[in-house]
Design a protein around this ligand. Structure first.
Ligand code: GYE
Length: 302
């Protein structure tokens, strides 16, 4: 894993950041937001791309500790297995900020704050749309689900929030559910397998836009109409998804904001100044449907 190696000049704050990878449009926007915001804030950023591997993130964090950066921030690819390396950072007295994804460590003193979305709520919002869209019928609704990276907070929580809401009505049935790792290529591949095994899918719930966009290709190649023959629910709200929604191919997008850079730099400065920070900072997000897509498209910033 590549770790930037600029020397820390004078009293400039140095932030080591370990990113998940470049798996999605969301991630690309998140990386750019962090890099731009660091430059704007005059913070020296050491950026490491973990290519979706936890071991690479652990290595990057250890390198940051050796380099004695002022603050470490990272977006954990999976939720578990961080206690040891986080204790190492704590022992070295380097504060850690979690961004985007949470860890499941019982000891919350291992990090100063967690900045990011409420993924359980996103799952609920996705399901609430479906409950409303099918409220006038008692027919069975067969759902196929494309899950995000196994063991990641957004995959676990988006599944949980969705299930919590649809679980109240037995007409909703998840007939297929598998990971497609948050990527377009896997989204297409797994959807192809779903379509080969099931002729009766009414709804696709994709944990992110990239998987939904990949699945749309599979659905079209199977001679079906995405958004009509199979209703599509997605999460993130990238420009590509808004375009697909304006084209009638996605029915609803639950927003998940990747533009965490400015807030992350603000928190970094607070932490360096020794000011207390809230333990949890939740991002503000909306839900968008087809009737809003065309109008919202020009204002989408990612
Ligand atoms: O939804 C997905 C990305 O952690 C919220 O990761 C993030 C998720 C996002 O790959 O597109």
């Amino acid at each position: 894993t590549a770790v930037g190696c600029g020397s820390s000049g004078g009293d400039q704050t140095v932030l080591g950041f370990s990113q998940v990878g470049a798996e999605s449009g969301w991630r690309t926007a998140n990386t750019k937001s962090i890099q731009d915001a660091a430059a704007a804030a005059g913070i020296q950023l050491k950026f490491a791309d973990a290519q979706q591997k936890q071991e690479n993130q652990i290595k990057a964090i250890r390198t940051f500790i050796q380099q004695r950066v002022d603050v470490i921030a990272f977006s954990p690819v999976v939720a578990s297995g961080w206690d040891t390396v986080l204790k190492e950072a704590k022992d070295a007295k380097i504060p850690v900020i979690l961004t985007d994804r949470a860890v499941d460590s019982a000891d919350t003193s291992l990090y100063v704050t967690f900045l990011g979305s409420d993924f359980v709520e996103e799952g609920r919002r996705a399901a609430n749309w479906l409950v409303d869209a099918t409220k006038n019928s008692t027919d069975t609704v067969n759902i196929a689900e494309l899950q995000g990276t196994t063991g990641s907070a957004p995959a676990t929580d988006r599944k949980k929030g969705f299930q919590e809401v649809i679980g109240a009505d037995p007409k909703f049935k998840i007939i297929a559910s598998q990971t497609a790792e948050f990527t377009r290529a896997k989204g297409k591949e797994v959807m192809q397998a779903f379509l080969a095994a099931h002729r009766d899918i009414n709804v696709l719930y994709a944990h992110n836009d990239d998987m939904a966009l990949g699945a749309i290709q599979a659905i079209e190649e199977a001679g079906l109409k995405p958004g009509k023959d199979i209703k599509i629910i997605s999460i993130d709200g990238t420009r590509d998804a808004f375009q697909a929604m304006a084209d009638g191919k996605i029915n609803v997008v639950v927003e998940c904001n990747p533009l965490l850079g400015p807030k992350l730099m603000e928190i970094t400065k607070e932490v360096v100044a020794g000011h207390p920070t809230p333990k949890r900072i939740v991002t503000d997000e909306g839900v968008y449907t087809q009737d809003q897509a065309a109008a919202a498209l020009p204002t989408r910033t990612y």
